[in-house]
Every structure is written in C-alpha cells, then in structure tokens.
Design a protein around this ligand. Structure first.
Ligand code: ATP
Ligand code: MG
Ligand code: MG
Ligand code: MG
Length: 484
C-alpha cells in the first residue's frame, strides 16, 4: 500500500468517524519553545490548554514533523527520520481512553478491502503506563488483547509531553511484532526493532509548567477537559504495510537512496542479507543521504534558508551531511541536482506546493552545495596538511589552534573538522578549540561594550529570536550549534 494511500485511508477513516480534516500546518509554526513542529498536536495546543475554544470536538490531520533530536538514530535504527509525517486524531473534551482505543483497534485490524490496515491482531502489543488500570482494562476486557501482550511501562516510555511546558498525560503505545527474523521474542521491553512502535495514544489530561528531562517535570494542574492526542508515524506504518525493513525503504524515501547507490556504484545491503540490521557504514550513509535530502526539501519548502543559527543551521547541517556522505561514498561532483528532484517526485503527490515553489527550493539547495564545495576546497588542503604534520610529529591529536583556524578562516565547523580528522585516524583537541572560541567571544563582547552600543551583546537576543536556545536539542552537532 503506497504511503499516499495510507494517508488517504487515515483521513477517510477519521473523517467518517466525525473528525474534521485539518491540513498540515507549516513546520515553522510559531511556538517560542520549539524550533520545528515536533508532533501532530502542536497546532492544536491552545485548544488542549483551554486558551482557545476548538471550532470542532474532533479533528484529524497528517502533520509534517521534524525531530532534530533523532538525527543520530538516522540510518542506524529502522525507524527514525529527521523529517516524518504524523497521522493524528484528536478529541477536545469529547471521547477519551475508551473511544481512542476502540477507534485505533478498528482502523488497524479491519481488513484492507474494508478501508482498514488489516494487521494481524495477534501481532499487536499495546503498552500502558504502569498504574493505568483503566487503559489496561480497556485493552484487555473490551478489545480482548490477552494480558501477556499488554506491557506496563514507566514514565520514560508511557508518559508523553512536548519536551517543553505544555499539555501532557499518560499514553498507550501500540507496537507491531515484525517476526522472529527481526529479533528475540518477549515484547517491546526486549526488542524495539522487532517490536516496532507505530502509534501512540496520549490521554492528555494535565498541564506541565516545567520540563527538565523526559521523566522530570512539574505538573501544574489538570487541563480544563480530558483530551485525546494520538500520533502514528506514517513512515512506520508504511514500512509495515509495504513489508520493507525500515522507513528508508518505503516508496516515499527509497528512490533517493536507490539513485545515490547508482551514482556511487554501491550496492545497498551488500554486506548483509538483512538491511534492517545492517550497520555497514555504506548502508548507513545511503540512508542518511535519503533522509537528509528529503528533510532539506521539506524544510526549504516551508521557507527555511541555510544559515548559522537556529533553523537555518539545522538545514545547513543536513545539506552538508548529505553532501559529505555522498563524498564518503565516493561521489565528488555536485550531488543535489541529481538527488533533490528524485525526492520532489515522491513528495509532490502529497505536497503539490513543492512543485510550484521548485525554482526557489532548488536554487536555495544548489547554492548551498556550491558554497559548501568552496569551503571544502579551501579548507581540505589546510586540514590535510595539519593532519600530516601532526602524524609526522607522532601525535594522535590535532591541535585546538588548527581547528580554530579552520573554523575562523575557512568556515569549517568544528564537527566537520572532527569528522574529517577522524577519517584520518586523528582526534581533535576540543578543549583547546573551545577555549579559543571563548576567548574570541570575550574579545568581541569587550569590543561591543567599548563601542557603548547601549545594549551590549545583542547576539543573545538574536539567538533567542531564532530559537537557537533550543538548537541544543540537535544533539548530532553537539554544543557548537551556534558557532559554526
Ligand atoms: P520512539 O520511541 O520509537 O523514538 P517516540 O515514542 O519518541 O518513538 P512519539 O513521540 O510517541 O514517538 O511519536 C508518535 C509516533 O510518531 C510514534 O509512535 C512513531 O510512529 C512516530 N515517530 C516518532 N519519532 C519518529 C521518527 N524520528 N521518525 C519517524 N517516525 C517517528
Ligand atoms: Mg523517540
Ligand atoms: Mg516510544
Ligand atoms: Mg511514543
């Protein structure tokens, strides 16, 4: 079943069941706490919090989502993308646990020729928050799932919040057993690759005033009404229904991977019979290319331009990582003009505006590749010389001053230096680099103060306005996000 068809069935099903179909909001929805929309519920947040009255009791959408915190997982797990689409159904004070679970069960298990997804009920494993006997009772007594397939888990897995202040509540996740060839038996607590989470039903009932970690947060009180917020990863259900090993192999993503393999002469999955379990570096790189090219397409589509801060920096990193991955696979020519149109062809089915805006989108991406190629051309020789010098001196660590010079003069972000040095077997003196960066910043601040601008260092305000304060969630590029 094609991804576009799955999305259609989703909206039809919930439409038939009294939900208003709401189009996806932009990835850049204005929320001061978020760099990007990270869940389907984000556009509905004021309704959940009772700040605004929802114009409907029930809604459904397929929301564009970016989760930068998952970037390190891309290509390594079978199920994490930076961009993905979240199918959602929402109840604003209307149905609650019973209704949400009944609807989910019906859609997932009813036969495909009757509009459902036709999954085998015996492969479904729901989880509930330990102590939520109400949800457990509904799954067991009303739906009929045997107790041995209902898993109780703690807050880390079965309490959902946005990662920032906002609504939250206990949740019930739905896992699909992909079979013995994917891993050991025993349910999601044993193996989350064999047992793949594809849907999360959140029983949204309270408001969080502070969120420190996944499990450390303050609840300020109950929400005015009990709500339902669910999210099903469209790419995950597509990988299940298309019988492929991972989300990079579904119809919306694989063509880019296939094209990248062709261009580089690599055979995807060559090193393992089972691509889901394949951590062969070339396979991971091909998946990273496929993921990042698609995410870049969608980000530029929604108006992000490459830059050194906040959202622009996330885009820049994704484009550069895709280009670097292609180089590591042996392809040195400009690659985006070959890859981006392939992604467009797949994504325009659901997002026709990508075609309308194609000139702007493609020019933005190709210009960034040109600029990056110039950076690489200027800095690579310097880096290589520094690497040889270090090695000749018998050292294993590239000096912090070299890393700083590459950054300062040639525009090499530290993570690029780290990566490229590592490829040649060297570490980098990060502490030395950071010290030099701090010294430079202090100098800049002193200069600014000396100039008596009256407002001192405005970069902090700029950073806040750009949401860069939350770019730290982009763990793939560590703490240097605002530096490169
Ligand atoms: P996981 O535990 O696998 O990281 P999650 O619990 O963080 O997923 P939720 O916040 O519950 O995910 O999001 C709802 C749904 O969105 C998930 O059930 C899954 O189907 C999908 N999803 C979450 N993260 C990703 C991702 N990085 N790429 C693709 N789909 C995702
Ligand atoms: Mg996650
Ligand atoms: Mg989970
Ligand atoms: Mg979840």
């Amino acid at each position: 079943m094609e991804t576009a068809e799955i999305r259609r069935r989703w909206l039809d099903f919930f439409g038939r069941n009294g939900h208003t179909v709401v189009p996806s909001a932009s990835l850049l929805l204005d929320d001061p706490n978020l760099l990007f929309v990270n869940a389907g519920m984000v556009p509905f947040k004021p309704y959940f919090l009772g700040q605004e009255t929802a114009p409907y009791d029930r809604a459904t959408s397929v929301q564009k989502v970016v989760r930068t915190q998952d970037i390190e997982e891309v290509g390594k797990t079978s199920r994490h993308g930076t961009f993905f689409q979240m199918n959602g159904n929402f109840s604003f004070g209307d149905y609650f646990k019973e209704g949400a679970i009944a609807l989910a069960w019906e859609l997932v298990t009813s036969p495909q020729d009757r509009g459902g997804f036709g999954l085998d009920p015996e492969r479904i494993w729901p989880t509930v928050l330990d102590g939520d006997d109400e949800a457990l009772g509904i799954w067991h007594e009303q739906v009929g799932v045997p107790l041995e397939r209902i898993v109780r888990r703690g807050l880390a897995d079965n309490y959902w919040h946005m990662g920032v202040p906002g609504p939250g509540g206990p949740c019930s996740e739905i896992f699909y057993d992909r079979g013995a060839e994917y891993g050991p038996d025993g349910g999601p607590a044993v193996d989350e690759d064999r047992f793949m989470e594809f849907w999360n039903l959140v029983f949204m009932q309270e408001e969080l005033s502070a969120v420190r970690t996944k499990v450390d947060f303050d609840v300020s009180g109950p929400l005015p009404r009990k709500n339902i917020d669910t999210g099903m990863g469209l790419e995950r259900i597509a990988s299940i229904l298309q019988g492929v090993d991972n989300m990079y192999e579904i119809d919306e993503v694989y063509p880019v991977l296939g094209r990248a393999a062709e261009m580089t002469g690599k055979r995807y999955g060559a090193d393992s019979g089972h691509s889901a379990g394949s951590s062969a570096p070339d396979d991971v790189r091909l998946r990273v290319v496929a993921d990042h090219v698609r995410s870049s397409l969608m980000l530029i589509g929604d108006g992000v331009t490459p830059g050194n801060e906040g959202r622009g920096y996330v885009l820049r990193r994704m484009l550069r990582r895709a280009i670097r991955s292609m180089r590591l696979l042996g392809y040195e020519d400009p690659c985006l003009p070959e890859l981006l149109p392939v992604s467009l062809e797949r994504m325009e089915q659901s997002y026709p505006e990508l075609r309308t805006d194609w000139d702007r989108i493609s020019q933005t991406a190709y210009a960034e590749e040109d600029a990056f190629r110039r950076t690489l051309a200027a800095g690579t020789t310097i880096l290589d010389t520094a690497v040889s010098r270090t090695k000749e001196g018998g050292g294993a660590v590239l000096g912090g001053d070299e890393a700083f010079r590459l950054h300062d003069t040639y525009g090499f972000p530290i993570d690029l230096t780290l990566e490229m040095a590592a490829e040649q077997g060297l570490e980098v003196d990060r502490e030395g680099f950071t010290r030099l960066m701090q010294e430079q910043r202090t100098r800049a601040k002193d200069d600014a103060r000396a100039k008596k601008t009256g407002h001192g260092d405005t970069s902090v305000y700029r950073a806040l306005a750009d949401g860069v304060g939350h770019a730290v969630e982009f763990t793939g590029y560590s703490e240097v996000t605002s530096e490169a």
